[in-house]
Design a binder for this molecule. Structure first.
Ligand SMILES: Nc1ncnc2c1ncn2[C@@H]1O[C@H](COP(=O)(O)OP(=O)(O)OP(=O)(O)O)[C@@H](O)[C@H]1O
Ligand SMILES: [Mg+2]
Length: 310
């Protein structure tokens, strides 16, 4: 992987005509060949950022370079490298699927390539629908048509703005498969999502955006390790009324039913304190019949981040 970023975003701010500042000095480098997930609540600025990189919205300040091309000075060259699957569904309702995808390729001045169009449609399970008018398709199929359109000109960089909103679970997994295949073929992918599991499953790196500020960018694995907490749950032999006073100092929680103790510890520290915990429990005659540990999900991390920074 080249160390040169494929997309370099520097000091991007956006104030809409309404006066609303949607982005505040965002700096972000996208690495060649990665899957980058942009997470953030509604209105955080995700679509604005993507729209700027794709040349649909003008930044108020800042510079974006896409695969070596300044997106303003060298718009056409930059845009040719980029595929965009927009968040809003708007398709050419009266066209057939194959015509609209073929047309999208033509927009970039590329020679027709029916084999490529066929491959894209097959990959997206749209080949059977190729002669159907877009308006007759279901919502999930229309979204796939948008993806096919975005891939028609063989972009190096693909932006997916909430690609799986309104797509059923099975299809969502098919789409993730397809995104992974694209990445294996060298396409860099930037996606926004509200489904944390999507980021958790797919992304190499994660950026969290909140009120127009990029508050965090991190490797997914490092993020989960750094912010992740582990929990040890102990199913008790005999339910407790309350946690004995001698154990009150430990990070323990007793379930409402009194039959499960949950011990929370940091995955970062060398000393988990579990040995001490078990010794204390033994000393107080608290027996357990079962125990299991779990790691906090990216969702927990995300919620605490967005809340914590509020
Ligand atoms: N054309 C526009 N004119 C004025 N304000 C806008 C415009 N587009 C977006 N905004 C505002 O900019 C802010 C960021 O919007 P944006 O669409 O980028 O958020 P988002 O993170 O994509 O949200 P969502 O998760 O809901 O898609 C919001 O407050 C929104 O109302
Ligand atoms: Mg959006």
């Amino acid at each position: 992987m080249s160390s040169e970023p494929i997309v370099s975003i520097q000091g991007i701010s956006k104030t809409y005509a309404s006066g609303l500042q949607a982005l505040k000095k965002v700096d972000l480098d996208i690495r060649r060949g990665e899957i980058f997930a942009l997470l953030g609540p509604n209105g955080a600025g995700k679509t604005t950022l993507i729209s700027i990189v794709c040349g649909i919205v003008n930044a108020t300040t800042g510079v974006v370079v896409a695969d070596g091309h300044d997106i303003v000075r060298d718009y056409r060259a930059a845009r040719a490298k980029i595929g965009l699957v927009p968040q809003e569904l708007h398709t050419d309702a009266f066209e057939s699927v194959i015509a609209t995808v073929t047309f999208s390729r033509g927009l970039f001045g590329l020679a027709p390539n029916p084999a490529h169009v066929e491959k894209v449609l097959r990959d997206l399970s749209l080949w059977e629908k190729r002669d159907s008018k877009v308006m007759t398709l279901s919502g999930g199929m229309k979204r796939r048509v948008l993806i096919a359109k975005a891939l028609a000109h063989e972009p190096r960089i693909l932006f997916l703005d909430e690609p799986t909103a309104g797509v059923d679970v099975e299809l969502r997994h098919d789409m993730w498969q397809m995104v992974r295949r694209l990445r294996e073929n060298g396409t860099t992918i930037i996606l926004t999502t509200h489904y944390i599991e999507e980021a958790e499953d797919m992304a190499d790196r994660i950026g969290v955006i909140r009120k127009g500020e990029l508050i965090l960018v991190e490797d997914k694995a490092a993020l989960m390790k750094k912010l992740g907490k582990k929990q040890l749950s102990l199913s008790l032999q005999t339910p407790l009324q309350q946690i004995p006073a001698e154990l009150a100092a430990l990070p323990l929680e007793l379930s409402a039913s009194g039959d499960t103790l949950t011990y929370t510890f940091d995955t970062q520290t060398d000393e988990t304190g579990i040995a001490e915990l078990l010794r204390c429990l033994g000393a107080h005659g608290i027996d357990f019949k079962d125990l299991h540990s779990s790691q906090s999900s990216l969702e927990d991390i995300f919620v605490s981040l967005v809340r914590g920074a509020a």
